[in-house]
Design a protein around this ligand. Structure first.
Ligand code: CP
Ligand code: NVA
Length: 315
């Protein structure tokens, strides 16, 4: 069966839901859709007559607006609500909500605290459910990021990405899984106690064995970025971890991305951040505003990546 047929109607909760062939196909589609957009095809109405529900339990700038625009540019209708505005906020179960929503809409995009709530939505809704960030993963971010690396480096296989900071967060997890599938080497530079979830690491390493990617965890930012093609960071305190702020800032303090650190990477290395950035904390202005930074192109690519995901999954 072709990738096109296989992807129709599927959920996208984790990068691990896709085979490497399917992930490559999503990336090729995103690349093609971006080119068509820039050639003047602003609307490609493959979702004409379809409505996509978006539920946000946490704040969002990029994900929310890029998904709304992606749905609109595919000729569909986005319906965005805050979790608290739904009866979910008063205790209606996720399963019952899923059973109702599938009668109204053609797909559900959700940003949640607990990854398990997404799995529950997907289990009980007979329409595709897409992860717009959970405490465990941020798969749409990883697809956009792979598109960015491909554009900037001309390839993915053999590229070395240094991820510096909180190695156990959603963004690090999805990057690891995508890199393992696509043959990118990943060096995570993080403090003890901030390693990736063991199950995610096991899955990524399994994929890496097949693709030839190298996955390493190191304890200094210098060891991580040495001769890297891409230096990536994210906030040290993710949404929902505010109570751990003091400890996290103290433990991860030496993993700040500075110009001095960037100079240890390859001469033409790029700097990436999923954003929002806490300037002066995990990255300083001279890096995020400096010659290495591709963060605005990276943010734009969320739109093109999500158009591909929606166009391929929603029936
Ligand atoms: N990178 C990202 O998901 O940003 P938002 O939280 O603004 O959606
Ligand atoms: N790790 C961050 C990513 C934000 C897009 C968080 O979960 O807050």
């Amino acid at each position: 069966m072709s990738c096109l047929k296989r992807l129709q109607g599927r959920d996208f909760i984790s990068v691990a839901d896709l085979t490497s062939e399917e992930l490559r196909f999503v990336l090729d589609t995103a690349y093609g859709l971006k080119q068509r957009f820039y050639s003047g095809e602003r609307v490609i109405p493959v979702l004409s007559g379809r409505s996509i529900m978006m539920i946000f339990q946490k704040p969002s700038t990029r994900t929310r607006i890029s998904f709304e625009q992606a749905i609109t540019q595919l000729g569909g209708h986005p319906i965005t609500v805050n979790w608290q505005e739904l009866q979910l906020g008063r205790g209606e179960s996720v399963a019952d909500t899923a059973r109702v929503l599938e009668r109204y809409v053609d797909g559900i995009v959700a940003r949640v605290y607990k990854h398990n709530d997404l799995e529950e939505l997907a289990k009980h809704a007979n329409v595709p459910v897409i992860n717009a960030l959970s405490d465990r993963e941020h798969p749409c971010q990883a697809v956009g990021d792979m598109l960015t690396i491909y554009e900037k480096r001309g390839r993915l296989e053999g590229v070395t990405l240094a991820y510096v900071g909180d190695g156990g967060n959603n963004v690090a997890h999805s990057l690891l899984l995508a890199a393992g599938k696509l043959g990118l080497n990943v060096r995570i530079g993080t403090a003890e106690g901030y390693d990736p979830n063991p199950e995610v690491l096991r899955l990524a390493e399994e994929e890496a064995t097949n693709s030839g990617a190298l996955i390493e965890i190191v304890r200094t930012p210098e060891d991580a970025v040495k001769a890297a093609d891409v230096v990536y960071t994210d906030v040290w305190v993710s949404m929902g971890q505010e109570a751990e702020r003091e400890r996290r800032v103290k433990d991860l303090g030496k993993f700040r991305v500075t110009p001095e650190l960037m100079k240890l990477a390859k001469r033409d290395a790029i700097f990436m951040h999923c954003l929002p950035a806490l300037r002066g904390m995990e990255v300083v202005d001279d890096v995020i505003d400096g010659p290495w930074s591709v963060v605005w192109d990276q943010a734009e690519n969320r739109l093109h990546a999500q158009k591909a995901i929606l166009a391929l999954l929603i029936q």
